[in-house]
Design a protein around this ligand. Structure first.
Ligand code: BG6
Length: 477
């Protein structure tokens, strides 16, 4: 018996607008980054290398985010299924370009605002609290083409207008917010979070750290404005967190792992939670030729706009050594590192490490002492529909069970963990590859990589399992 989860623990599931809504040109929505990303393995290649061109080429590629899983038209059915599982919360993002189709308009698009009103009302009808990501890899395309996205300081002003608009509109409907999804991922793949691909490999660090500075100011302003407009609101940051292990006890490898951990895992958290640039940044910037343009007043804004909690995604750990060969690389782990001999990996090469989640929770709580919220975790896997229509995803249940056990241990360790929203609670388009076949859901969606399928929803075995987990507040695993 597991009695570790506190009363009121926020069980639920997580998604993002661009990966499930579809209806990419309906309701006055403007194009955004996800609309120009093709499906298939080519997406990852384009994401990682400099010089992406942001054009749609229908003859060459398929664009799975255009239709997503059609949540835009089917949200009522989907929310009813979430309610059937007993969700307390549902994490979704607002597509910025539904509210401001180009991003730089003075007035918002009423149809876009009304759509999220309907979604939030439907959630509340079922007693589900929304958890809203304000920006989840969805920068409006016009801001990218016209302004160079977050490279440009002007984005702060556009973002400020956007957050004021949504805080005002949804002040009685949304209490939990997060500013930028996986903000620290930007240094590895700037295109997703910052909306631009580096102009060259040499320029990548300079451009992404400058873009991050603009996002820190924007995020801090959002926290301040949100607290003013919605008293009692909880506004978090959102990190992609992968604890960094040293490959062995060689002090050189330990120091290398520590330095990687600082700059990848803690740099953004330190700024957003503590309100100050960390001491280690100075040397890193010097050694990497990074010079930040910080304008008067920026540091005060950052200081005043610290977050209420840390939301983070956890999929894998990372193992580091100073000198590594290509063969040693953990190829599937998109944030790098070498293969860990103690861990198995998913079909996509993501190393599976439940104990790493307990380690992450302890490390984050030791460092920051603010509430923690796991807003993404899960196993991307291929599912098989049996003749009778059932889907027996025991591998997914095993994965989630092990991670929930690790959460229970961390709570016993003293960590203040407030909730858990596994990623892709309903099958949706993969962010990194655009595939539908990389499924995370408790709910199966009949949609395939080539765009075929009825879009019909059905319950997997994990659906019933997770329902019991929630009903027993994590006791029955
Ligand atoms: C996170 C993102 O990085 O991981 C999600 O916030 C994404 O948008 C999730 O979908 C899983 O990654 P993928 O590439 O398997 O979809």
């Amino acid at each position: 018996m597991n009695r570790k989860f506190p009363e009121g623990f926020l069980w639920g599931g997580a998604t993002a607008a661009n990966q499930l809504e579809g209806a990419y040109q309906e309701g006055g929505k403007g194009l955004n980054l996800a609309d120009v990303l093709p499906g298939g393995k080519v997406r990852l290649e384009l994401l990682m290398k400099p010089g992406f061109n942001y054009e749609i080429d229908q003859d060459k590629y398929h664009y799975p985010n255009h239709e997503g899983i059609d949540f835009y038209h089917r949200y009522k059915e989907d929310i009813a299924l979430f309610a059937e599982m007993g969700f307390k919360v549902f994490r979704l993002s607002i597509a910025w370009s539904r509210i401001f189709p180009r991003g730089d308009e003075e007035t918002p698009n009423e149809e876009g605002l009304a759509f999220y009103d309907r979604v939030f009302d439907e959630l509340h009808k079922h007693g589900i609290e929304p958890v809203v990501t304000i920006s989840h890899y969805e920068t409006p395309l016009h801001l990218i083409k016209e302004y160079g996205a977050w490279k440009n300081r002007k984005l702060i002003g556009f973002f400020e207008r956007y957050v004021r608009t949504i805080f005002d509109r949804y002040k009685n409907k949304v209490k939990y917010w997060m500013t930028f999804n996986e903000i620290n991922g930007a240094t590895h793949f700037p295109l997703f979070g910052l909306g631009f691909s580096a102009s060259s490999e040499e320029a990548r660090l300079q451009e992404s750290f400058q873009g991050l500075h603009h996002q820190f100011v924007a995020s801090a302003l959002a926290v301040k404005i949100g607290h003013e407009i919605i008293p009692g609101s909880q506004i978090g940051c959102m990190l992609v967190y992968a604890p960094v292990y040293a490959y062995d006890s060689n002090p050189e490898n330990v120091m290398y792992a520590l330095k990687e951990e600082q700059i990848f895992n803690y740099y953004c958290g330190d700024v957003q939670v503590r309100g100050e640039y960390p001491a280690f940044a100075k040397r890193y910037f010097k050694e990497n030729g990074i010079k930040l343009d910080i304008q008067e007043g920026d540091l005060e804004i950052i200081k005043e706009g610290t977050v209420d909690y840390i939301g983070f995604s956890y999929y894998m750990s990372r193992t580091e050594k100073k000198e590594k060969t290509n063969e040693e690389n953990a190829s599937g782990n998109i944030i790098g590192g070498v293969k860990n001999p103690f861990l198995k990996a998913s079909d996509w090469g993501w190393e599976i490490d439940p104990e790493g989640l307990r380690i992450s929770l302890n490390k984050l709580y030791d460092r920051y002492q603010v509430p923690l919220f796991i807003v993404e975790n899960g196993l991307g896997a291929k599912d098989k529909v049996e003749e009778d229509g059932s889907i027996n995803d025991d591998y997914r249940i095993d994965y989630l069970r092990d991670h929930i056990k690790a959460m229970g241990e961390a709570i016993e360790d003293g960590v203040n963990l407030i909730g858990y929203t596994p990623w892709g609670c309903i099958d949706l388009v993969s962010a990194s590859t655009g595939e539908m076949s990389k499924r995370y859901g408790f709910i199966y969606v009949d949609r395939h990589d080539d765009g075929s399928g009825t879009l019909e929803r059905s319950r997997k075995k994990s659906f019933y399992w997770y329902k019991d987990v929630i009903a027993t507040n994590g006791e029955q695993l």
